[in-house]
Design a protein around this ligand. Structure first.
Ligand code: IDP
Ligand code: MG
Length: 140
């Protein structure tokens, strides 16, 4: 088993409802360590660049507007197989389809306001961590 790092974002629906601590508790209970964390409000440009892979999708403009509507918490998580482990802990994109015990099942509102982002591959984890944490302190 490899120790990996992944990029997590606690999204605006969760910061707005004041449940970032509850989400962090589930992350820590699952054995992932929060080794960097920052509360920030994304600019439109940052959100568009971060989600550029979805720029042709019909929900893209709504997604960007949502992502900049409130602050987000950006995090680097570390642990065994952290990338896949966090995707599993998050649950399905649509909280209505998310498994019991997942964070999206517990706290997600709908397919857009689903409380979390997690990197989906080793390559994207490295890119996304450098996008938000280049030059910033990361602990491990
Ligand atoms: P993921 O976050 O589970 O990796 P993606 O398919 O990569 O899901 O989509 C990125 C984000 O775009 C989702 O987390 C969600 O906020 C939003 N999104 C995805 N599909 C839809 C949709 O059909 N309607 C509205 N928003 C969506
Ligand atoms: Mg994705």
């Amino acid at each position: 088993m490899a120790i990996e790092r992944t990029l997590s974002i606690i999204k605006p629906d969760a910061t707005k409802r004041n449940i970032t601590g509850k989400i962090n508790a589930m992350i820590e209970e699952a054995g992932l360590r929060i080794i960097a964390q920052n509360l920030t409000r994304l600019s439109r440009k940052q959100a568009e660049t971060f989600y550029a892979v979805h720029s042709e999708r019909p929900f893209f403009q709504d997604l960007v507007a949502y992502m900049i509507s409130e602050p987000v918490v950006t995090q680097v998580l570390e642990g065994e197989n952290a990338i896949a482990a966090y995707r599993e802990l998050m649950g399905a994109t649509d909280p209505g389809e998310a498994a019991e015990g997942t964070i999206r099942k517990a706290y997600g509102i709908d397919k857009q306001e689903n409380s979390l982002h997690g990197s989906d591959s080793f390559e994207n984890a490295a890119l996304e961590i450098s996008y938000f944490f280049a030059g910033k302190e990361i602990f491990s």
